[in-house]
Design a protein around this ligand. Structure first.
Ligand SMILES: Cc1cc2nc3c(=O)[nH]c(=O)nc-3n(C[C@H](O)[C@H](O)[C@H](O)COP(=O)(O)OP(=O)(O)OC[C@H]3O[C@@H](n4cnc5c(N)ncnc54)[C@H](O)[C@@H]3O)c2cc1C
Length: 575
């Protein structure tokens, strides 16, 4: 190709009000917000498509699998209303029965916000007390769930709090739903783990297993101290939304992309940013890297540069460790992005797993088949053993005593996912160590991946004998290293970036100095899952950041904007 032809489609230098680095859910979300607020915005995305971790692939045409994000948790998000995503093609498929579990001795329960009668009946067979508690919680607190979740996830953290009483979710419970204090004893809540909170309320272990597992796969490990409220809340996020976008999470991203385009956002793909330009302590724009579609291209930003990629890459690579005080730089270097590495298996099958025992009848009547089944439901010991293998022994779980798996299937409720006559069990998860921490080296899981997969299938077959080779049409795997290869932001295939534990949550995330999405560099802000509230495609980071940008005077408050009622603005304006 002739040299002048190659680059003639773009101007060598462009100018916008705001440049967003990274076109994942958080980058797209903030770009849509800013453009709708009237700013001229450009997104630079490294990959050939936007959407980040919310992507679907078709390893066989017509069969859609979810390599990363699979469940929609953003049902309570104000962004759905403010960005009017339904106008841009966003469609949900709600799951009548969200989750279920099966025990080795054949007990089975289901749970689903849209299937509450059958949920309660399934639990009542084993524990009348727990069934009654669930009924009471549902009847009394369902109307408050959305605002409770908003007080936790969709409110910017602020650093000047001195007592838990000042925190938004405490204020919410006290002011709006004092009865919730039955579930969450406020005086000790900030010290308890998810399991401790569950033990206070429930007696039937499988119910606690499934709720604890819901916490782990969405954020905090259920035994982590001080994360009890958030563990329950992350489970509630999933229960409240109870579904997935039609066709998979990537279609949600398409709605966001269309929203961006509608408000005039320029989207560049194959546009890896190599550097953030800073002059006199102020962010001025970005330079595209040598392996982008236009090496060295400069994109200027008059008002804002938003980094929607991880905090370490932002400061260490794009800013090359410059422009901030050394002690702060050291703190950023010390942030650990390793932790939530998932081994992801996908199976195309002809028949759904037919679990033995009570599930045989329960799952196949009245639309009760759960979109996710956690195995086994017997005891949290299996989960604790898996955590021991992953966190302490630093190996992938292979022993029977450490086997605990999540088996998801969306096509029961979404017939666009695969042709008739088939089902896709995607994803099937177990936890594994981050590659660098594995005792046998970073490649260990990749080398053992088929052995790990067969071990998982054998385990599932113990509960569902029809999971034979005849039933399984195809198998696919993405290991943590594969996930990192697909998306450079998923360090070690980690779904939540920085661990969601007591000292890396709320105003401690990613570190207190950066908790409010601001950086010491004027006009440079953070908008990625390394900021609060962390992983999941909630559109919470962009919504929270908008509060700060409006407070700072960087964005004029639009008339469609409504803030979190719990947001506490800073005293000073920045712009
Ligand atoms: C296995 C797995 C399962 C998950 N399951 C769920 C789920 O069920 N539901 C859910 O909501 N979430 C789930 N998640 C988490 C979810 O995918 C992430 O929290 C979400 O994608 C984070 O969005 P983000 O925009 O902050 O970052 P990302 O999605 O990582 O997006 C960042 C984007 O920036 C781009 N980028 C990186 N560097 C550069 C650069 N230098 N220049 C330009 N672009 C760059 C990347 O290519 C990427 O597109 C899961 C994650 C994993 C790994």
């Amino acid at each position: 190709m002739r040299e002048e032809y190659k680059f003639s489609v773009v101007k060598p230098e462009e100018r916008y009000d705001a440049v967003v680095i990274g076109g994942g859910p958080n980058g797209l979300g903030i770009a849509a917000y800013l453009a709708k607020a009237g700013l001229k915005v450009c997104i630079c995305e490294e990959r050939l498509q936007c959407g980040g971790g919310a992507e679907n692939t078709e390893p066989i045409p017509g069969f859609r699998i979810d390599p990363h994000a699979t469940y929609f948790y953003a049902g309570a998000s104000p962004a759905l209303e403010q960005l009017e995503l339904f106008k841009f093609g966003f469609r949900m498929r709600f799951f009548k029965t969200l989750a279920g579990t099966v025990t080795e001795d054949g007990k089975a329960i289901i749970s689903g916000r849209f299937n509450i009668k059958n949920t309660i009946e399934s639990i009542a067979r084993y524990s009348k007390k727990d069934a009654e508690f669930i009924r009471m919680m549902y009847e009394n607190f369902e109307p408050y769930t959305r605002d409770f979740l908003r007080s936790i996830f969709w409110t910017p953290p602020y650093t000047d709090w001195s007592s838990p009483e000042e925190l938004p979710w405490f204020r919410f419970i006290k002011e709006k739903a004092p009865g919730l204090a039955v579930l969450i004893p406020l005086d000790i809540a900030m010290e308890l783990s998810t399991y401790e909170l569950l033990d206070m309320q429930f007696e039937f272990e499988p119910l606690k297993v499934i709720m604890g597992q819901g916490a782990w796969y969405n954020g905090p490990f259920p035994a982590w101290r001080g994360m009890g409220i958030f563990g329950l809340a992350t489970g509630l996020l999933m229960a409240y939304s109870s579904g997935s976008p039609q066709g998979g999470m990537h279609s949600y991203m398409h709605a966001l992309i269309r929203c961006c385009l509608h408000y005039g956002v320029k989207i560049y793909t194959n546009a890896k940013v190599g550097e953030i330009i800073v002059e006199n302590g102020e962010a001025k724009g970005v330079v595209l890297s040598d392996d982008s579609f236009y090496p060295g291209k400069v994109i200027l930003a008059d008002k804002l540069v938003i980094s929607a990629i991880d905090v370490k890459q932002t400061f260490l690579k794009l800013l090359k460790g410059k422009h901030i005080p050394k002690p702060l730089l050291q703190k950023i270097k010390d942030i650990n992005l390793h932790g939530g590495s998932l081994f992801v298996l996908h199976l195309i099958v002809k028949e759904l797993p037919k679990y033995k025992g009570d599930a045989e009848k329960l799952f196949f009547e009245n639309g009760n088949y759960p979109s996710v089944v956690a195995l086994p439901g017997d005891s949290r010991e299996f989960i604790l053993n898996q955590a021991r293998d992953v966190f302490s022994l630093r190996t992938h779980p292979m022993r029977r005593e450490s086997m605990h798996v999540m088996i998801c299937c969306h096509d029961i409720y979404d017939d666009t996912r695969c042709p008739p006559g088939y089902h896709i069990l995607s994803p099937i998860y177990i936890q594994v160590p981050p590659p660098e921490y594995h005792k046998d080296g970073p490649e260990a899981v990749n080398k053992a991946k088929w052995e790990i997969a067969e071990n998982i299938i054998d385990f599932i077959r113990e509960f569902a004998p029809n999971m034979t080779e005849d039933n399984i049409v195809a198998k696919f795997i993405n290991t943590p290293l594969d996930s990192e290869f697909r998306n450079t932001g998923f360090i070690g295939g980690n779904w939540y970036a920085i661990r969601e534990c007591e000292d890396q949550w709320w105003s401690f995330r990613p570190i207190p100095e950066l908790a409010r999405y601001r950086t010491p560099i004027h006009k440079l802000y953070l908008c990625h899952q390394t900021s609060y509230p962390g992983g999941l495609c909630l559109l919470a980071v962009p919504y929270n950041l908008m509060h700060i940008l409006i407070d700072d005077g960087a964005v004029k408050k639009p008339d469609w904007w409504f803030p979190s009622p719990y947001h506490i603005p800073d005293k000073e304006k920045r712009f």
